[in-house]
Write a protein that binds this ligand. Sequence first.
Ligand SMILES: Nc1ncnc2c1ncn2[C@@H]1O[C@H](COP(=O)(O)OP(=O)(O)OP(=O)(O)O)[C@@H](O)[C@H]1O
Length: 688
Amino acid sequence: METPTTPVLDPSLERSNSTNYAGSEKSYDKNYTRSARSSFGSRNGDYGDLDLAQLRHSRSQKDSGLVTFKKSFESHRPSLGKFGSQNSVSALDMIANGLDVEDIPYYDLFVRNLSYKVTVKSKGGTSRKTLLNNICAQAFHGQILAVVGPSGSGKTTFLDALAGRISLSSLEGAVYANGEMIDESFKRISGYVMQDDALLPMLTVRETLMYSARLRLPGLMAYDEKKTRVENMINQLGLKQCADTRVGNEKIRGVSGGERRRVSIGADLIHDPPVLFLDEPTSGLDSTSALNVMQNLQNMAKAGRRTVVLTIHQPSYRILETINRVLVLGRGNVIFHGYHAGLKQHFETMGRTMPEYVNVIEYALDTIEEYQSSAEGLEPLINLQLVNKRVEDLEQDMVKSEDQNFPADPHPEYATSAISEVYVLSSRNFKNVMRTPELFYSRCGMMVCVALTMGTLFLQARISEKGARQRVSFISFTLALLIFTSVEAMGIFLEERQIFIRETSRGAYRAATYVISGAIVIIPFLMILAIVFSTISYWLVGLVAEPGPFFFFTLTVFLVLLVANSFVSFVSGLVPNFTVGNSLCSAVIAYFFLFSGFFIERNNIPKYWIWLHYLSLFKYPFESMLENEFGHIQGTWYGDVDSNTILSQYSAGKVHQWINILVMIIFFVGYRVMFWLILKYFTKSIRK
Ligand SMILES: Nc1ncnc2c1ncn2[C@@H]1O[C@H](COP(=O)(O)OP(=O)(O)OP(=O)(O)O)[C@@H](O)[C@H]1O
């Protein structure tokens, strides 16, 4: 990033330039006021007053002439350290508590000469591709800035750059918030709503928002206050009718697509961030739902003085009314930036006349497509934008940088404590699992089937050579079935990974607490499965009929399930999808099985492969179970072989059952730690 300099732009400046920048000032003001009245004035007097107050504020600034960006916001802009703050007091709460709307802190964004290039590999070697080229733009509080452009024009890339989803070191140029160059902490005052609605399908709308509030609002805030915040959000987003309906997804019936979109928005904005970024909030919605979402966002922007930046495809006439300003992109270049009312005049300056009754954005996109496919390319459009922007550039250069040093960030990175996160995430997970009992019942049913099959296959094994072989086979194949069937959990992990990415992209909680809560929730279910399996199979096969060995067998089965679950979760963190994950897991488990000591006795495994024997998920439970069975009564003869001979055949020396249990616990913790490391350092929603 370049050395920070203070931009001088303020809303009044742009309006004063509007004659040669974005249409006449008169037309802008008329449009702005009309849109404000139609949106708020007729429905809600407070909103109408607020909007007019803002307008007056802007007008008074205009009169003051050239003022620096910083100066123009000196009474409202939060202190320098504010980037570190989760905005604990909602703007709407402030209004409800009688605070003057003028006291609500806000942020205005200024993008200066932002460029982003990536290295692409081709047959001839590597080359640099420019995704964003020298972009200058502004986004003001109380307004919606819509980024539009043909497919592949760089809309999402631009939004990602602003929202801190592209590594700052990869960007050229700068992004300022209230005159200060943004850094990592800016994420904490901005909310990001992704295009995909990654939500837990079994929770209701109210529960989803409540869990989000419990994670994202400060731990010190009273529970009732959080509840009130959620109810306000439900009302604000028009979700009252479906507040107690399950969210659902493609497979599970739930709320409508438009409602789900609004739940996503609510869940990501419950902490009321002053700056909101939304990637195509209307995609996949019918026109009424899309308009509804946009009106909700317009309300949020105006009533709460929020700065909203979003990407959108071909907004309709009515949606256009909810948008204040547009940034039109073409192949990563600015084609137009300003109030959309100015687009018509902008194109007129190059001799193009826009037909009547044509949507200006549609016209702009068609024009871009036309130039894009022509021999001269986008150059004329880019140059036109540069000419119209000249005055603004001159003004920028008038004020040089002031003190841009940030004080140390005094605010915590996360809204609530780690313990509280574990508690909230565990209870949310538990509720979600309990709402899908069929998954658990099917796993239970499978356990009963496997236990009955194995139990009847080796039914009442005798104390003979054949009986000894049957016991060893039972133990070995039991472990194989338990571990191989654990792979099915991969799908659940991968589905949840999307939710994890969405929630943690703005620091909703720590990766560690997510991993811990996942383990806590799964433990009771695996315990039940272990008890079901052991109770049926152990007595059917006729293993040592004493409580101690039975308890140890059950404990080992439980730990096998736990370790297998941790292993599968670890692999799910590494792979891109279920197909790859399933194949990888099955292949590695097959290797582990091969080196368990059952097929190739430990002493016959070549030295260079022995490490795989020690890493095998099978080795430790296999040896422990054998010891539990054959070592319990020393010196028992099974036909011509005694128990000691059988044991020495499968292990290198004396097996310490409890040490093996400890090793299994270490495996469980180890895989979880590796899963955490992958989530923390590699599952990032940040581009380089
Ligand atoms: N890592 C990358 N390497 C190479 N090219 C990339 C990379 N990421 C994005 N692009 C390209 O950059 C361009 C802009 O992508 P972006 O997703 O920002 O476009 P968009 O305007 O949001 O498109 P759409 O409307 O289709 O979602 C596209 O041509 C895309 O193929």
